[in-house]
Each structure stands twice: as structure tokens, then as C-alpha cells.
Unconditional design. Sequence first.
Length: 132
Amino acid sequence: VESSNVEDVVISDGAHVTSGTMIPGDVVQTVFTVTNPNDVMVCMNLKWTDVTNTFVHRDALIMELRDQDNVVVASGIFPSGDEEILAASLHVLAKSTNTYTLIVTYQNDDSNQVADVGANFAGTIEGESGSC
């Protein structure tokens, strides 16, 4: 499979997520695009950078990444540090744009979540070379 250089790919400004003060059940959502201007497909991973996460019960922050067809391409717990992979082995066809929606839910798990009052999270999504 011929693949172009991931450094040529453009990820839109929407690839940054920031929460305000959340209560259990709240959802933060952001939409971003990944554009490949090259004449060949690019294979890539999406990774987290500039992550802050002040939640004590970090496993209550559930995230999903959905593509433009509303298919879940990645899911898990919001990271607590940089360089964690959000989604691996994604491909963007030549001269095309993929749209992604990141949904982060502060899950109400019916436990005492008082320790997370005033907690927040933020992070930026960047691309890196991957395989398809």
C-alpha cells in the first residue's frame, strides 16, 4: 500500500477538547477534520498532547471517537498524560478529508463523586505515522 507522509496532513482547529466544570452525566463534544492534500493515501494514528486531567475518578471519563459515518473508531478512558494513542491505523484517502467527532462523557456511576467537583480536562489531538 503506497502511503504519503503524515506531516502533510492537516488536522483542523477543532482537534482540541476542553471541559468546564462538569457534573456526572455531562457530555463534551468536538468535531474536527483530517485532510490529506497528497496524491496517495496516508496511514496514521491520532495521539493526545497537552493533556490535563484533574479528575480523581478518571475511569468515569469515557470517550468515543466516531467517523463521518457515525462508526465508533476508538473508545476508552480520557487520558491522564501526553502521547497516549487515541486511535490507531486510520487512513485518509488521497486528496480527501475525514470528519471525526470526539465525545467525552462524565459517567454517573452512582458512587460518591464529590472528589471530582470542580475537576476539568483538556487535550489536543495530533497525528503521527501509523500503518493500515
